[in-house]
Write a protein of this length. Structure first.
Lengths: 203, 262
């Protein structure tokens, strides 16, 4: 009997957390077929839907990159996440589904479309970032592609994608908390400047 | 720059970790502090857009991996190994050997005629040279990668046999129950080779650690998958029409049995 039954999974996760992105691809490849077919068989859903659910579970794993620990087979974890996501979606009343869509931007443009978007004068009448959410979302989306300052990108990803507290971000980047907080504020200022430049350019 | 306390409340609000006291404080600042409100709204939208950007990038990565996997499967299906007697170089070498044999017999019989003997010797020498050249070519071809598609197409444009092999994980256990989830039996991975044949059969080979399943070529063209039947706690080899259950045991019987559709 194998003493460490999840050794392969553990090693893959360790490699990925140490910065080897190929390990994440390997996790995908090793589990996609097994989990997808299990979802098809257990839930009676289409293969396409099962693939989408598997993708969602891989995204959850990606979000938990910094804190994830192997406590069982990865395939079992991915299957359970996908299954629960599916059940949650089925249970969710329609009004809740609509609410969740409201939180997302209604218009997302590709980089190529950005310059072709027909800006209206009223989009720029206010300096506040609160009111014109649709416009702000479009500009922010574009601005995020332009960020190249270090460690701005890392701070943003760790805070908003990996959902780490600022104190945890500081530990992860081996920085002092106060310094990280200052850099995070500078980073926000920097994004606001890009947003402003993009607004001016569009005008 | 807003205070650390306000920073932390925004952080807790964005990640859904607000306490009831925090909630009151948050609402108060949202109503009274314009800078706080703007910072919160900005971070909320920043977070949404960043997650959206990341999701799109990951979706692209997943799509790319799937395409790579599909391509690998296609290449695997196109891997061809011809039986030796169907390969052109083998036919040529065999013909030359046959001609040489005939040449030697004739040589013996006409040994009294020196002029004819000399002519025959010349023929034999030239045949030997051809044989050496063909042997060299054959050994060179053998040394090449058998999956080299250009080479295979060159030697045989019409492919009659399509051996393929795939490896699927099976779990070696000392009881027939394979389990699932926390109870899943994690142990050695047993490679399963699928080899086309005119008969459907199976055997264990190579020290009982390889299960070989032989299938007819026409059957192999179908998409076989390995599925897990949870109520029966059993793995099935299936093409969604026929299912073959794989019952295994470290000490006990290993078998491939036909079962009903789950």
């Amino acid at each position: 009997m194998n003493i460490d039954p999840w050794r392969n999974d553990r090693q893959l996760i360790k490699r990925w957390q140490d910065g080897d992105n190929k390990a994440f691809k390997e996790i995908f490849r090793q589990n996609v077929k097994k989990v997808t077919w299990k979802l098809v068989q257990d839930l009676g859903i289409t293969h396409e839907l099962a693939e989408e659910m598997f993708d969602d579970s891989m995204m959850v794993l990606h979000q938990k990159k910094e804190t994830f620990t192997v406590k069982g087979r990865l395939s079992t974890y991915l299957y359970e996440v996908a299954k629960h996501k599916s059940i949650d979606e089925q249970r969710k009343p329609i009004n809740q589904i609509m609410q969740s869509f409201e939180y997302l931007p209604r218009v997302v443009l590709d980089d190529d479309d950005f310059g072709n978007y027909e800006w209206e004068q009223e989009d720029f009448e206010t300096n506040s970032l609160i009111d014109k959410t649709e416009t702000i979302d479009i500009i922010l989306h574009k601005a995020l592609n332009l960020i190249d300052k270090k460690p701005c990108k890392e701070i943003l990803v760790l805070r908003y994608w990996n959902e780490l507290k600022l104190a945890e971000v500081a530990v992860k980047l081996s920085l002092d908390y106060g310094y990280t907080r200052k850099r995070a504020a500078e980073c926000e200022k920097y994004i606001k400047e890009i947003v402003q430049k993009l607004k001016n350019k569009a005008q | 720059m807003i205070s650390q306390e306000k920073d932390e409340i925004i952080e807790r609000m964005l990640f859904g970790k607000l306490t009831s006291d925090d909630q009151k404080q948050f609402e108060m600042w949202m109503a009274e502090d314009a800078e706080f409100k703007e910072t919160f709204e900005f971070r909320k939208h920043l977070g949404v857009q960043l997650r959206l950007k990341h999701r799109n990038e990951l979706k692209q990565t997943f799509k790319q991996i799937r395409e790579e996997m599909k391509l690998e499967e296609t290449i695997e299906k196109e891997v061809v190994v011809l039986p030796i007697w169907q390969q052109n170089w083998f036919r040529a070498v065999a013909s030359v050997v046959l001609l040489l044999g005939i040449g030697f017999v004739i040589n013996d019989k006409i040994s009294t005629y020196s002029a004819q003997q000399m002519a025959m010797q010349t023929t034999i020498d030239s045949l030997r040279a051809t044989l050496d050249s063909l042997s060299l070519q054959a050994s060179t071809n053998l040394a090449r990668n058998p999956t080299d598609r250009d080479y295979l197409q060159k030697v045989s444009p019409k492919l009659t046999v399509r051996p393929q092999s795939r490896e699927l994980p099976l779990y070696e256990t000392n009881d027939v129950s394979l389990g699932f989830g926390k109870n899943e039996k994690p142990s050695n991975v047993l490679p399963v080779l699928f080899i086309p044949s005119t008969l459907r059969q199976y055997e264990y080979a190579e020290g009982m650690d390889t299960l070989r399943i032989y299938m007819a070529v026409s059957e192999w063209e179908q998409d076989w998958i390995l599925i897990y039947n949870r109520p029966k706690d059993q793995y099935l080899l299936s093409n969604l029409k026929n299912n073959y259950g794989i019952i295994k045991g470290l000490e006990g019987r290993k078998a491939l049995i036909k079962v009903n559709r789950p």
